[in-house]
Design a protein. Structure first.
Ligand code: AMP
Ligand code: GLY
Length: 608
């Protein structure tokens, strides 16, 4: 691996993340040891990871050509600095870089100074100041303790009463003089974006999503993570480009400006919101269980990439990924996230078709087999060509692993499923075309999937459009059918197709209560005017004849009236210099086509 050194890689740590790291580095044909590792991790060398001196002695003896530091605690202590001073190539930042994770206040200050997109915040010290500052966050607040708190220092509050309770709880737990961070509560979807960086260049891993709550549907207490999947379908090229421009690049510039040498893993915990991506947190190591889902997706010689990063020679190297998906399902012990039950025998560990990464297990005393020894006991990980296949395989394998009191989520990866939309049209379907194009390769990619197109006109030109995008078309002529009956049939059809959103794209019918009630706040329409100024047909002719310098496009929920539903989004159409109706229409339609897809994406984010 190196001209001078061995091909030995030492991984520090002994949890599920480190098990996955060891497994992945073995795939690259390297010899790997884990310090201290665990009973389940091959090549484990017992050592007290809390003692830098002991670790150093052991590493001197082993003389690895690369040291990968898994957990945050040794990074925060500055173990990477110590090892570098001894001449080791280390994947992991020094103490200065590790502060991005270990101090939330430092991280937040860094983000603000360097223009990294993040949630609005205030840092407060002491109970009284914290309580007073809550008034500055009328739209909801998240209270965070400044320091490593093993995932338990963050309280997302639903209302003012909860916020006050959270402030009191954290102030009591950490002392009345504790520094707390108050942050505006964001709505959107979370993504864990992990990157290799040597402080100059950066190579992104495919995005992953963690499942932090204990229970299905994101209910119950927070945990270290109950499962993960990779890649994340909605984290499409447009979303990634925004994250890169607003978060990753400014971070890299900031590190350089602040003179922080960083050679390791930078983990961006991002909330994708309707207003763009916002950084919630940095971690300065692989996530757990993200690593278990991300590492099996990585193709090629990862050990070589690690080494290049450790040496500051990342350059233009990129992380290559396999096609398909990986799903990691965590099984936790009874009692977790409180006091976990230890010593429970685990059965069915040699699963076929999947990987098992151990986190909290140890060898049964005197026996073969394993027993539980921690909160998150293990994760079962599987790959598949499709998301569905990966999930099915992971759960089939996870079902074989059993221990008393096992806790597991049954919905890992469910959030990856795109929303199912139906498009209704009567004419040429130009808005349908724009939305389908956006789903295929634009902003809506991974957010939505078209399951059905419905038209009331058997000769509508839009039928060809839907076919071109391989969307099944249902033709439902309306002639002679009473409105309520027609809508009942339509609603039944859409319900059978398990549609999440109904998108009207030039559907020339006013919906009856039957439809509206079947899909409350689920039917959208686009209107070629400001709905307050002009309802009904011919919005562009109206704007043209009135010689307006600008007009508006409205995207709104459909109710039982004519263009009276609640407005979702309004976008301006500049009409200066537009001297013909055709020109007015051309400009208006361009705005409709862009904004309709955007509004749908933002809706999906906000109703996440
Ligand atoms: P953190 O340790 O800062 O990443 O926070 C842990 C979790 O709390 C995150 O993964 C989010 O689910 C949630 N969270 C943190 N900050 C916010 C915020 N500003 N708005 C909404 N949720 C948040
Ligand atoms: N899974 C989140 C973390 O490792 O911090």
């Amino acid at each position: 691996m190196t001209a001078s050194g061995s091909d030995l890689v030492a991984v520090l740590g002994g949890g599920g993340r480190e098990h996955a790291l060891v497994w992945r580095l073995l795939q690259d044909g390297r010899r790997v040891v884990a310090l201290p590792g665990s009973d389940a991790i091959p090549g484990s060398v017992p050592v007290d990871l809390e003692s830098d001196a002991e670790v150093l002695t052991e590493l001197r003896r082993l003389a690895p050509s690369l040291v990968v530091i898994g957990p945050e605690a040794p990074l925060e202590r500055g173990l990477a600095d110590t090892l570098r001073a001894e001449g080791f190539a280390v994947l992991g930042p020094g103490k200065a870089g590790a502060r991005l994770e270990s101090s939330k206040a430092f991280a937040k200050d860094f983000m603000v100074r360097h223009g990294v997109a993040t949630a609005r915040h205030e840092t407060v010290t002491g109970l009284e100041a914290a309580l007073a500052a809550l008034a500055h966050f009328p739209g909801g607040v998240v209270v965070k303790y400044d320091g490593l708190a093993a995932g338990k220092g963050v309280i997302v509050c639903a209302d003012r009463a909860e916020a006050e309770a959270a402030v009191r709880e954290l102030a009591t737990r950490h002392g009345d003089g504790a520094t707390l961070l108050l942050e505006e509560r964001l709505v959107g979807r979370e993504v864990s974006l992990l990157a290799l960086t040597d402080g100059r260049d950066v190579a992104l891993f495919p995005p992953a999503q963690d499942h932090k709550r204990l229970g299905d549907g994101d209910t119950g207490p927070n945990t270290g993570g109950m499962g993960a999947y990779c890649p994340v379908p909605f984290c499409n090229a447009a979303v990634l480009a925004e994250i890169d421009a607003q978060i990753v690049e400014p971070t890299l510039r900031g590190l350089a400006q602040d003179g922080i040498a960083f050679r390791g893993i930078l983990y961006f915990g991002v909330m994708v919101t309707a207003a763009g991506p916002r950084l919630l947190e940095y971690n300065t190591r692989f996530g757990d269980p993200e690593a278990q889902a991300v590492l099996p997706q990585v193709k090629g010689d990862l050990a070589q990439l690690f080494l290049a990063t450790a040496r500051g020679e990342l350059g233009a190297s990129r992380v290559e990924s396999h096609a398909g998906y990986t799903v990691a399902v965590v099984s936790a012990a009874a009692g977790y996230p409180g006091t976990p039950m230890k010593g429970t025998p685990i059965e069915g560990l040699d699963v076929a078709d999947a990987l098992v990464f151990h986190a909290g297990t140890r060898r049964a005393p005197g026996g073969t087999g394993f027993v539980t020894a921690g909160g998150r006991v293990l994760s079962v990980v599987a790959r598949g060509d499709t998301f569905r296949a990966a999930r099915a395989r992971a759960y089939a394998a996870a079902d074989q692993v059993r221990f008393d009191g096992m806790q597991r989520r049954s919905d890992v990866g469910k959030q990856a499923e795109p929303k199912r939309i139906a498009i209704l049209f009567s004419g040429r379907g130009s808005n349908m075309e724009a939305i389908l194009a956006s789903i295929r390769e634009g902003e809506l990619q991974g957010f939505a999937e078209p399951v059905l197109a419905v038209t009331d006109k058997p000769d509508a030109k839009g039928i060809e459009v839907a076919k071109r995008f391989d969307v099944p078309v249902a033709t439902q002529p309306s002639k002679g059918i009473p409105r309520a009956d027609y809508d009942a049939t339509l609603a039944g059809l859409l319900q059978t197709s398990r549609v999440d959103y109904v998108v009207l794209a030039g559907f020339m019918r006013i919906l009856s209560p039957v439809m509206v009630r079947a899909f409350p706040r689920r039917i959208l329409n686009v209107h070629p005017a400001d709905t307050r100024a002009h309802q009904g047909l011919h919005g562009y002719a109206w704007a043209f004849e009135a010689k307006l310098p600008e007009t508006w496009v409205t995207i709104h929920w459909v109710d039982e009236g004519l263009d009276t539903g609640p407005v979702i989004h309004r976008a301006r159409v500049d009409l200066t210099g537009a001297t013909t109706l055709e020109e007015v229409e051309r400009r208006g339609l361009a705005v409709e086509h862009r904004e309709y897809a955007l509004a749908l994406k933002n809706l999906i984010l906000e109703q996440a």
